[in-house]
Design a protein around this ligand. Structure first.
Ligand SMILES: [Zn+2]
Length: 237
């Protein structure tokens, strides 16, 4: 039996511009978000009745308080599970989850917590030695809050390379969440080493319509072209 195709939808803040996103291009209005969930639930249900079974997951980067509310909404209304990725240096800042909230989330069955970084600087722009020390500290800090080890990381700005992948692998990370569009079935490992999986995620933009969301399900390419046209160049640092 083949494993279900896994589609992951990536969100940032809801109803307000997020971190380092002054134009709010990556934020999503609550009303649109609720509609996305409905559309994706229909896609999920439809997939059960055909051979292309699709599991749908939600991913929230940066650790906004809205991620907690959104993931609860998804679970209570549709049974969808979520990953929430935390930046340790801004825990408890206005609009971001506090230590207590993160601990409470760690007890929820529908939530999986991961690290987004000590800061939000792309790992590719940090000296590899410094990056390894920073990530060790941040993993330790997050593990101390939730009382268990952290095995998942999402790359800030989605930026990664072979050197950063190797660092994550050395730190015992098993899943690196990227911003590469597409679906996951067998995952992508580093060459021969299967210990670190690279996970694709489909970022949802503030301007996306229901048909854009559906087009991801049908194949990421058309959606990705539209994505590149929507985002000003300075966003890709
Ligand atoms: Zn981020």
């Amino acid at each position: 039996m083949t494993a279900p195709r896994e589609l992951i939808f990536l969100y940032h803040n809801l109803s307000a511009p997020g971190f380092e996103d002054p134009l709010g291009l990556f934020s999503r209005d609550w009303k649109d978000f609720k509609n996305d969930a409905k559309v994706l639930f229909e896609i999920y249900n439809h997939s059960l009745s055909n051979k292309n079974q699709t599991s749908i997951l939600f991913s929230f980067d940066d650790g906004y308080i809205s991620s907690m509310q959104a993931s609860l909404y998804l679970y209570e209304n549709y049974g969808f599970k979520s990953d929430i990725f935390i930046i340790t240096s801004i825990i408890g800042s206005p609009g971001f989850l506090s230590k207590d909230q993160i601990y409470n989330l760690s007890l929820q069955k529908h939530i999986r917590l991961g690290l987004h970084g000590k800061t939000h600087i792309p790992y590719t722009q940090i000296d590899p030695h410094v990056l390894e020390i920073d990530l060790k500290t941040a993993l330790h800090d997050l593990s101390s809050i939730i009382g268990k080890s952290v095995r998942n990381i999402s790359y800030p700005h989605g930026l990664r390379n072979k050197s950063t992948d190797m660092i994550l692998q050395r730190l015992g990370i098993t899943k690196a969440f990227t911003s590469i569009y597409g679906s996951n079935r067998n995952y992508h490992a580093i060459e021969d080493d299967k210990s670190l999986k690279l996970i694709k995620r489909n970022a949802i933009l503030s301007s996306d319509s229901s048909s854009d969301i559906k087009s991801i399900h049908n194949g990421p390419l058309r959606y990705f072209r539209r994505f590149k046209q929507s985002i000003p160049r300075f966003y890709f640092r």
